[in-house]
Design a protein around this ligand. Structure first.
Ligand SMILES: [Mn+2]
Length: 400
């Protein structure tokens, strides 16, 4: 049996951070249509079950378009069972609102192939012989500890457990998940949604070991993460389905599981699925004397990364440039705009000034360098920066 495990689709996200209103709209529509694309992938690839481990929606109140879209995609794929566990972002009755009278499908209610969870453990029997168990609980700060303690599974089954929340490194389950030193594993921006993290439940892997879990299907952290849980099972965060901002760079997709006829996990792999990849690239342009030279260095890097015109890039220029160098960041930005769906250029280069060369120069610059170097009121370590800014002012450039 094939199963998709996805999470953190965050449908109805704002997305205004860097994009123009028009492009933000395109992205929102792309994100929304990803749900249908995922369901189509599932039916084309013989997938019977789709696990959605929380944050399907970005907020409690979803637009009519989004609510109707999700329900109609589910209804249009009756051969697939959708197991939807709510996360900290979609705690509210997102879909209930749709079936509560606003939706044309309201009389039909939820599609029969949609299965939900609540704040207590709920277990569904799956598979030909009913020996695949799908258990899930919607975590809150209040029920986290009890959730871990009350999990009971049949060791004879293939046990899939769904949860949405932050990993807690400590032994038990923290009663204070908001404590800044609470031991939450926050590594390199891999945490799901800092804006709402305080509302997310905490998951203790240690407390889940030895509980006969075969596959722990998690959600909340927006980057792929897979590891052993214990001697029996593994755990996985599939990451968000599509990167939304530059804090969600790199490949995104879902997990595809295959369970064999003896109810054993035969394979578990990452399927890249995002339409666009986001890149955060730092390019060292030290030694370049011209805009053309810098542009070539950037292009070379983009080629090496394998970026496509569909992608989005945040490019930062680093390194030291000679004070006489010719650099036009406006030109570079327009070249980049033509190479990506969206590109942002940041200039963090420093100018290198050979003060010795100006010491005996009879120019305005020479005079300025001599003045700054002889000025006792300017701290020694700030002199190069003062000279750099002075040169820029002389060139009529915007000071930065
Ligand atoms: Mn979340």
């Amino acid at each position: 049996m094939r199963i998709i495990h996805c999470a953190d689709l965050h449908l109805d996200s704002g997305l205004q951070t860097h994009l123009s209103r028009e492009k933000a709209r395109i992205r929102r529509d792309e994100l929304l249509s990803n749900f249908g694309r995922l369901a189509d992938y599932a039916s084309e690839n013989g997938v019977e079950i789709v696990l959605i481990a929380g944050d399907l929606f970005d907020r409690d109140r979803v637009s009519a378009l989004t609510g109707n879209m999700v329900l109609s995609v589910i209804a249009a794929h009756p051969g697939i069972r959708f197991y939807y566990l709510r996360g900290n972002h979609d705690k509210g009755d997102c879909l209930g609102r749709q079936t509560g009278g606003q939706s044309p499908d309201s009389k039909a209610g939820f599609p029969e192939n949609l299965f939900l969870f609540g704040s207590r453990w709920k277990t569904y029997a799956e598979g030909k012989d009913g020996r695949i168990a799908i258990a899930g609980i919607e975590l809150t700060r209040e029920n986290s500890a009890a959730a871990h303690a009350s999990l009971r599974l049949d060791p004879e089954c293939f046990n899939i457990v769904m949860m949405h929340g932050q990993l807690y490194a400590g032994g038990g389950v923290s009663g204070h998940p908001d404590r800044p030193d609470g031991g939450l594993l926050q590594k390199g921006g891999s945490v799901g949604d800092p804006g709402n993290a305080g509302n997310a439940g905490t998951i203790s892997l240690r407390a889940l070991r030895g509980k006969e879990i075969d596959y722990l299907a998690l959600g909340h952290i927006h980057r792929w993460k897979k590891d052993r849980l214990d001697g029996r099972g593994i755990y996985c965060y599939p990451g968000c389905l599509e990167g939304r901002g530059f804090d969600e760079c790199g490949e995104h997709g879902f997990a595809l599981l295959e369970i064999d006829e003896w109810n054993r996990l035969r394979s578990h792999r990452f399927i890249p699925f995002a339409r666009r990849t986001l890149y955060d690239l730092e390019v060292d342009v030290s030694g370049c004397a011209t805009t053309a030279g810098m542009t070539e260095k950037i292009k070379e890097r983009i080629r090496r990364e394998g970026c496509s015109a569909q992608d989005m890039a945040d490019i930062t220029l680093l390194g030291e440039l000679d004070v006489e160098c010719e650099k036009d960041t406006g030109y570079i930005t327009s070249v980049l705009s033509g190479m990506f769906f969206f590109a942002r250029l940041r200039d963090r280069t420093k100018l290198r000034i050979d003060t010795e060369a100006y010491l005996h120069d009879k120019s305005l610059r020479g005079e300025y360098v001599r003045k700054v170097l002889g000025d006792m009121s300017v701290p020694e370590e700030e002199k190069t920066e003062v000279i750099r800014l002075g040169f820029m002012a002389m060139d009529g450039e915007e000071l930065q």
